[in-house]
Ligand binder design. Structure first.
Ligand code: NDP
Length: 290
């Protein structure tokens, strides 16, 4: 049995932060401090933790981040007004609206309301379109983090077969587009979803599997070929020995020794997502000074 290399998101994100210091210093010399406005609507405990973790990183790097906490019963109109106000505030280069939003608010309308020039999550259709034509401005943070990890650990993508499990607009679809782009991955890509009749038929052919389905430890050794690289995006809370723990979409114990490399959960793609939010905000600040 060969060893499975653990692709640490902590190590890769630290490499990115190191490379950001010079860019941040250059902006500060011009009197610009990259700033993020994070909007949190309601009391969803997971969303509160995500927003706190994201903004903590901004603070530690000397960047600006403000959290706008709105009550669960906030009207859609009020949220749109706030976004419009921040769109026109030069102190903020990025706007993040933490999803999911309460049911009475139309998420698509909210995503459309964010200025595409401050859309550091990369969810606005203009930015999604730019990614799909191979000329990206803001790449969604999780897919961008996945591509960074592959590059950082020198996992070959060019000419390889990448199988993505999941087709959401925030993970599966953009990562499938990015890995197929000549400039970013140049891989042959298959995208699977809940309508794929025999998932194993595809995942067992993959050199790289990106698991973004949201199904706890679903992919075990029987789903992969020897030596495959596994990118585990899933964040699933499960009960284990009376304790609540986070696991991915990959059954780590099962694939050890069969996979050549694996991103762990936690400390894999999670920290990369935060790092790319910071990077996108720095990029937005840079674009605003050009
Ligand atoms: P979604 O629920 O939006 O999408 C899940 C996708 O997986 C869908 O396309 C769905 O198919 C597909 N799917 C579900 N079950 C199966 C199955 N049995 N076989 C094949 N395909 C399946 O989730 P997200 O993309 O938002 O997130 C995916 C996971 O990644 C979640 O666990 C989420 O928590 C995590 N996540 C982690 C992040 C991080 O920073 N690490 C960031 C964002 C998400 P269909 O389209 O047909 O429904």
């Amino acid at each position: 049995m060969a060893d499975t290399v653990i692709l640490s998101g902590i190590e890769a994100s630290n490499a990115l932060y190191d490379s950001l210091h010079t860019r941040i210093d250059t902006l500060k010399e011009k009197g610009v401090t990259p700033g993020l406005a994070a909007i949190l609507v309601g009391e969803n405990p997971a969303s509160q933790i995500y927003v706190r973790n994201k903004t903590k990183k901004f603070d530690s790097l000397g960047l600006k981040s403000d959290i706008y906490r709105l009550s669960e019963d906030t009207k859609e109109e009020e949220l749109l007004d706030l976004i419009n106000k921040i769109n026109n505030d030069d102190l903020f280069h990025g706007i993040l609206v933490q999803l999911p939003l309460p049911k009475h608010i139309d998420s698509q309308k909210v995503i459309h309301a964010i200025s595409p020039l401050k859309d550091v999550d990369g969810f606005h259709p203009e930015n999604a379109g730019l990614v799909s034509i191979g000329n990206p401005r803001f790449i969604p943070c999780t897919p961008k983090g996945i591509m960074y990890v592959l590059k950082h650990f020198k996992i070959p993508i060019d000419g390889k077969h990448v199988v993505v499990v999941g087709r959401s607009n925030i993970v599966g679809r953009p990562v499938s587009v990015l890995s197929s782009l000549k400039s970013m991955g140049n891989a042959t890509v298959t995208i699977c979803h809940s309508g794929t009749p025999d998932l194993k038929e595809f995942t067992t052919q993959a050199d790289i599997v990106v698991a973004a389905m949201g199904s706890a430890e679903f992919l075990d050794a029987s789903f992969i070929k020897d030596g495959a690289c596994l990118i585990d995006v899933g964040i699933n809370r499960v009960e284990r020995d009376g304790k609540s723990v986070i696991v991915g979409d990959v059954n780590e114990a099962s694939v050890m020794g069969k996979a050549s490399a694996l991103t762990p959960v936690p400390k894999g793609i999670g920290p990369m997502t935060i790092a790319m939010l910071v990077e996108n905000t720095v990029l937005s600040a840079e674009l605003s000074t050009n």
